[in-house]
Design a protein around this ligand. Structure first.
Ligand code: SAM
Length: 286
């Protein structure tokens, strides 16, 4: 893949077929939720969500490198008073088709305002489900380290014998929960709960990611020059952030107005870069 940005207009189920086998390092995406945004870009009936998604997942499997990662942002909606099970069914079906369900991150939307419902509280988190083709994938954990924090001062002073011994990681070279290893360090690894605020809708898209969300995963799973794909790119947050971070970016969007938002962003932000891939973009406008 030579150009730095490739943008496709159309249904990703079809356009993904144009992408080479084993060529993508990170797929980071949020597909349309089940029926939930009917008024904007259409929704998928929750009862058929897995059936709709599997042909797309098959293409994603083909184009992801064996060392790459697929992160799917999704959340089950409430149907007739209970959570629908399509996300759980999707995970089971993905596993049947060869994907490893490696991890699940929680995106805590820390600026959610409260609401009032008779039987539940305001939703303020979403799933980010990590799938891999192989158990050996690239992960640059040091890139997302965080300050050790106040807990360390009190906790590390009073280590019990168990604290010093327990829970060394059973995989590879990690040290798991053995907290004595943090003595004298300024930075620690984060947990799998990511606390990020949503952004006001200033991107002309009702479901745009905050930039910090794809940024965190791009740092964690890719290095400069790697290829990042968002097959449901919407207003293009993933591709714009990936490009800013020196990664190659590939995006697909079915709604022409959203697709144009992204091409316009590249025109206004990165005239030179856009010029390089302009022919490609234009050739792919249907
Ligand atoms: C949840 S939004 C993604 C928003 C995006 N993360 C952002 O930051 O703007 C899903 C997007 O997928 C697009 N979409 C829906 N079905 C599609 C398909 N079959 N192929 C490509 N894009 C599709 C929708 O038009 C919508 O813009």
């Amino acid at each position: 893949m030579n150009s730095k940005i490739k943008l496709y207009l159309g249904d990703c189920k079809e356009r993904l077929k144009e992408i080479e086998n084993n060529s993508i390092d990170l797929i980071f995406t949020s597909p349309p939720y089940a029926d939930s945004r009917k008024n904007t870009y259409g929704g998928i009936n929750p009862d058929y969500y897995v059936e709709w998604f599997m042909p797309i997942a098959g293409e994603l499997y083909r184009i992801l490198k064996p060392t790459g990662t697929f992160v799917l942002n999704i959340k089950e909606r409430v149907v007739e008073g209970e959570r629908h099970t399509y996300v759980l069914e999707l995970i089971l079906e993905m596993r049947k088709r060869g994907w490893f369900w490696t991890e699940e991150f929680i995106w805590h939307k820390k600026n959610c305002y409260p609401g009032k419902w008779p039987n539940r509280f305001r939703d303020s988190w979403e799933r980010l489900i990590q799938f891999n083709k192989s158990k050996k994938f690239y992960m640059y954990q040091d890139n997302v380290m965080v300050p050790v924090g106040e807990w360390a001062k009190a906790r590390l002073k009073k280590l019990s014998e168990t604290d010093k011994l327990r829970d060394n990681s059973k995989v590879g070279s990690g040290f798991g929960k053995n907290i004595s290893n943090w003595i004298g360090r300024d930075l620690a690894y984060p947990t799998n709960v990511i606390h990020l605020a949503t952004e006001c809708n200033n991107k002309n898209h009702s479901a745009a990611f905050p930039d910090s969300l794809p940024e965190w995963f791009i740092k964690l799973f890719t290095k400069e020059g790697d290829v990042v794909l968002d097959p449901f790119m919407g207003s293009g947050t993933t591709v714009i952030v990936a490009n800013r971070m020196g990664r190659k970016a590939v995006g697909i969007e079915i709604v022409p107005e959203y697709y144009k938002i992204v091409t316009d962003s590249f025109i206004s932000l990165q005239q030179t870069l856009f010029e390089e891939s302009k022919n490609y973009v234009t050739n792919n406008v249907e």
